[in-house]
Design a protein around this ligand. Sequence first.
Ligand SMILES: Cc1cc2nc3c(=O)[nH]c(=O)nc-3n(C[C@H](O)[C@H](O)[C@H](O)COP(=O)(O)OP(=O)(O)OC[C@H]3O[C@@H](n4cnc5c(N)ncnc54)[C@H](O)[C@@H]3O)c2cc1C
Length: 457
Amino acid sequence: MPESIAQLRSAFRGELIQATDDAYDTARKLYNAMIDKRPKLIAGCVDVADVMAAVRYGRENGMLTAIRGGGHNGGGLGICDGGLVIDLSRMKGVRVDPAARTARVAPGCVWGDVDHATHPFGLAVPSGFISTTGVAGLTLGGGIGYLTRRYGLTIDNLLAVDMILADGRFVTANTNENADLFWAVRGGGGNFGVVTSFEFRLHPVSTVQFGPTFWPLEQAAEVLRSYRKFMLTAPEEVNGFFAFLVIPPAPMFPEHLHRKTVCGIVWCGTGTVAETEKATIPLRSIGTPLLDAISPAPFPVVQSTFDSLYPPGLQWYWRADNFTELSDAAIAKHVEHGSKLPTMFSTMHLYPVNGAAQRVGKNETAYSFREALFAEVIVGVDPYPANSQTITDWCKGYYDALHPYSAGGAYVNFMMEEGQERVQACFRDNYGRLAAIKKKYDPTNFFRVNQNIHPAT
Ligand SMILES: Cc1cc2nc3c(=O)[nH]c(=O)nc-3n(C[C@H](O)[C@H](O)[C@H](O)COP(=O)(O)OP(=O)(O)OC[C@H]3O[C@@H](n4cnc5c(N)ncnc54)[C@H](O)[C@@H]3O)c2cc1C
């Protein structure tokens, strides 16, 4: 007999939220306000026992079940319509072991929680470019950020996970235990179970050299041509993502540049001031920059620099691809579309994913595109729902123009719900192995609110 909500309640310490509850509309809100879903039940778990109870309830009642970490997913894959949401946001906590240089992280943490806990020890986990993103979703998809070239993707620094599987079992996965599952969660997303704890390797990162160089749009092609070459040989201590952006009207920027559409590179160097200067000056001297402002900054400050520019509740439309090279023709398309950002928040970023991330083989983890040089993400962003079509059309047009020059698939965490063909294109020849592991650990595809890997038949 299906379990009743009263039975679930008796086994549950957290909060169970239904449509009739006052907390419902807040609890179902996503970071991307373009997505509006109405689950039947939100199970706000506070511990692993709650997660076990929620998985059992979802399974026994045959409910579509989503897992929510930080709620940042572009496609809104942290919740679902009409089903159950296993909401982990109350499960916080980071334990740093400075001697072993590891950290245990609970699944409701966002990256700001981790940076806060590790920084006093002069240590950091390679994560992303913003501190409000969930640790869980970002890690399970791969994790691209300021430290990728130096220390690899986030999954390259993942040592172990604890998980609750679809049948309710608790397992640990690492390179010795359930190694197939550990392989799959390093890039395969939330397909295999609910991760209830992450163990990461930490690196000595404290103060970094951070800031942008901005150029006028007329110099964008020249900058991009130099950038593609520069990133092939730049020391791994140097990271710099390329962007088309509108300079925000913030006090940190000179007033005459406010609201100007430009191209730029946002630098983050983990070497000394002198090393970073020496390595980056050749590119920063290209053309005539409008602003060149690199200075030392604590790593958590760097990680949270974009938080206030991108608060929760904006409309977001995403498209992405991987690139192994940037041809002159692709650069021309970038300049054409990147120059026409439709709103102040919209942007295009090219993240370098070479260096340490390329020293892991494409079949060593589920994340497949190890030969890519750049992960591209195009995002139409705006506060006003009335502009959602405009940002969507621009984003799709930009993506369509660049996709023919791409390596064929994207970083899954930069995708919306784009269909099975696109999911397979992300995993390429890792997809078959992922499908076999999915069959072993989740044969009924209970966890399918994600970039879904179908169980092998
Ligand atoms: C503003 C912004 C900036 C971003 N910047 C970066 C960046 O710099 N680098 C980068 O790599 N990515 C970045 N991303 C993409 C980000 O990695 C994905 O959106 C990711 O899915 C967010 O994770 P979350 O936990 O917040 O998401 P959620 O919406 O909560 O979940 C996303 C997916 O993860 C799965 N999931 C969540 N928690 C668990 C769990 N505990 N166990 C199993 N599955 C789980 C769910 O199945 C769901 O499908 C950014 C996104 C945004 C919106």
